[in-house]
Ligand binder design. Structure first.
Ligand SMILES: [Fe+2]
Ligand SMILES: [Fe+2]
Length: 256
């Protein structure tokens, strides 16, 4: 099977860009399943039920999120009720939503896990202990995918090797800059440190350079404006042998 993983979608324009390109991209690459991180869909911070529904109808099969997921309170109930959206599993147990899901492909199943790193990110429990527990929950799944939403490259690469041979693919999100280290790890897990961003090209992680520079120069609380202009869609395609769960190919993509 071919899995398309899409990096952090920023703003309504980023969502619209996904809707515009995803159907063609899925046909072109023979995509069977699409996971997209949309923690920045709602004005750059969080996600709304309307934007999530839009992504799901555009062909995204599972939405993952990260540290900004709870910024828009209007999504809390949706996180509890919708089966196609995840938040990091290692957040507090009493937070809305869940961090693991199972997709049914008839004769076999796929498990999708969303976790947060701990470096420079608050409120996340140790993802290494957490993932061991989650792998027991999805033990019956032939294919297992992990969106590891984390800042530090070392933490992400360590997670890749920790799970090598135990899951089909580990892809990082959160930094919004695509890394060039896509690979198949020695025991058959597909890996990339960061999928990159889906949003405005001329921006600082999706927001206007002006608002970012103003904040860095003043240190005062700032309102970041989502940048407008030509967009890009960054992600990775993982070719996975659904009989073994091993990754057989990784292709980094960036659509402009
Ligand atoms: Fe993000
Ligand atoms: Fe993030």
């Amino acid at each position: 099977m071919n899995v398309l993983a899409i990096g952090d979608i920023v703003g309504a324009r980023g969502c619209a860009f996904v809707a515009k390109h995803l159907p063609h991209l899925k046909r072109l690459k023979g995509i069977d399943y699409c996971v997209a991180n949309a923690e920045n869909a709602f004005n750059g911070l969080g996600i709304s039920p309307e934007l999530a529904d839009g992504l799901l109808s555009a062909g995204v099969d599972m939405i993952t999120t990260g540290n900004h997921v709870f910024r828009n309170k209007g999504v809390y109930e949706y996180l509890d009720s919708c089966r196609y959206i995840l938040r990091p599993a290692n957040y507090y147990d009493n937070n809305p939503g869940r961090g693991v899901a199972v997709a049914d492909f008839g004769p076999w199943r796929a498990g999708i896990i969303n976790l947060s790193g701990q470096a420079f990110l608050e409120h996340a429990g140790n993802p290494f202990w957490c993932v061991d527990r989650l792998l027991e929950e999805v033990a019956g799944c032939r294919v297992i995918l992990l969106d590891f939403h984390a800042e530090a490259t070392a933490e992400k690469r360590a997670m890749g090797y920790y799970l090598d041979g135990r899951v089909s693919a580990v892809f990082g999100t959160h930094t919004h800059v695509q890394t060039a280290d896509e690979q198949i790890l020695p025991a058959g897990t597909g890996y990339i440190t960061d999928l990159g961003m889906t949003g405005c090209i001329d921006s600082v992680l999706g927001v206007t350079p002006e608002s970012s520079v103003a904040w860095l120069k003043s240190g005062l609380p700032a309102k970041f404006a989502v940048a407008e202009g030509p967009q890009m869609l960054c992600g990775c395609v993982f070719e996975i042998d659904s009989a073994t769960g091993r990754c057989t190919g990784v292709e980094r993509i960036c659509v402009t």
